[in-house]
Ligand binder design. Structure first.
Ligand SMILES: N[C@@H](CCC(=O)N[C@@H](CS)C(=O)NCC(=O)O)C(=O)O
Length: 241
């Protein structure tokens, strides 16, 4: 069979989201597609064994890729901005300064995702503790931003769900699994952060956030974390690497 025959076939909507089951960047695109009522086909790949057709359409070899009428878009933020331009409802504020501010907090969300990766990959208990402190510092920053809002939420921009929310739904979802790892409570990641807690709960209850992953997400994430060979893996009962 040749490579072309293995390429994803665009769904009737013309949108195919090339995904990895645990990827938070894929999730943010899936959330935006759902919020905008856009049907899409999802094509899940194994990043540990990237098919040739995937490498042909993903210049950086990363998920997500959104295929639109035969064009392959990569980089989740770019994909989300494209969707914002072509489909309603608007998920960004209309006012340019506020829109720029929201994009900046999306970028902040990507930095938190890097911090989560650094945390679960930490090779030693000492580094795990340091990286937990880094994460805690980010959540404290978020609490301050949320506390200074001129409205009551529950979302970043108020009562309406926005693009920033689509970034943080997948961020907080990690902790639905991580919070149950032995000893996590000692890091006090969420202590004294009521606004963040409320935001996290509102995002977890949102249909678009829920549907962005499969039913086996939590189990898959646990298996992934267990297999990292990291300090966190050992806390989960994995043998020392
Ligand atoms: N900046 C990229 C980041 C995407 C990214 O890092 N995706 C990860 C999976 S979550 C990936 O494909 N990594 C490549 C690999 O694991 O080989 C975006 O926003 O789309």
């Amino acid at each position: 069979m040749n490579a072309a025959a293995l390429q994803p076939v665009a769904a009737a909507s013309g949108l195919t989201l090339i995904s990895h089951a645990l990827c938070p960047y894929v999730q943010r695109v899936a959330i935006v597609l759902h919020e905008k009522g856009l049907a899409f086909e999802r094509r899940t790949i194994d990043l540990a064994h990237k098919p040739d057709w995937f490498l042909e359409v993903s210049p950086l070899g990363k998920t997500p890729v959104l295929q639109v009428r035969g064009e392959s878009l990569f980089e989740s933020a770019v994909i989300c901005e494209y969707l914002e331009e072509v489909a309603m409802p608007a998920l960004h504020p209309q006012e340019p300064l506020q829109r720029a501010r929201h994009r900046a907090w999306m970028e902040f969300g990507s930095t938190v995702l890097s911090g989560i990766g650094a945390f679960y990959n930490a090779p030693s208990e000492a580094l795990l503790r340091d990286r937990a402190q880094d994460l805690r510092a980010r959540f404290v920053q978020l609490e301050q931003v949320l506390a200074e809002r001129p409205h009551a939420g529950p979302y970043f921009a108020g009562p309406g769900f926005g693009m920033v929310d689509g970034v943080f739904g997948p961020v907080f979802r990690y902790f639905d699994v991580l919070d149950s790892v032995p000893g996590m409570a000692d890091f006090a990641l969420w202590q004294g952060l009521p606004q963040v807690a409320r935001w996290r709960a509102a995002l977890a209850a949102r249909a678009s956030v829920q549907q962005a992953v499969g039913a086996d997400y939590a189990e898959g994430l646990r298996a992934f974390l267990f297999a990292r060979g990291s300090a966190l893996s050992r806390r989960m009962g994995a043998p020392a690497a």
